[in-house]
Design a protein around this ligand. Sequence first.
Ligand code: MN
Length: 213
Amino acid sequence: MSKKAKPDLLAEYLAKRDFAKTPEPTGKSGSGGGQSRGAGPGGRPIFVVQKHRARTLHYDFRLEAGGVLKSWAVPKGPSMNPKDKRLAVAVEDHPLDYAGFEGTIPADEYGAGPVIVWDAGVYRNLMAEKPDGPATVAQALAAGHVEVCLEGEKLRGNFALVHTKMGGSEKNWLLIKMRDAEADDAKGSQIADARPNSVLSGRSIDEVADADA
Ligand code: MN
């Protein structure tokens, strides 16, 4: 049984990148195609948030589903305050091993700029726990509404991703902290700035950019 992702799942990811130039993962190792076990400890599914200073600074929120990382660019970054509705723009699926990528995408390449792993961990699919809910995250996403419980270092507790199609764009979703014991109305909006560095290396995005300059 091949452990490679099905090529069609990552076609857009592969087409955008020249792997002779970018240090990003090719997706040819460590990615599964539609496997039932997740990529995290104990076969649990993973999530990652990468802070990426491309043309503009943003946070790429990625959720393992169906053997790939479903991905959204969140301009303002995630919030732990349930009153915030953070725009999350759907982007192409990424390979599972992208979750460990930290480094600098070279000038003139797609997404040029430094990337750090701002947060990472495993998650629980809350939709599958609802009586008539969709069984998989892939099914929930197709229906336009997913709720997950994140177990990261910074992001903890329940979050919803809602397909609003605001402004008429199919790519537009909202990332919203759900109300629970982890929610923080007082300081949750500032978590991206309050805890800016990598959970992998402790480095700031400037330190990664300088190291690769
Ligand atoms: Mn990005």
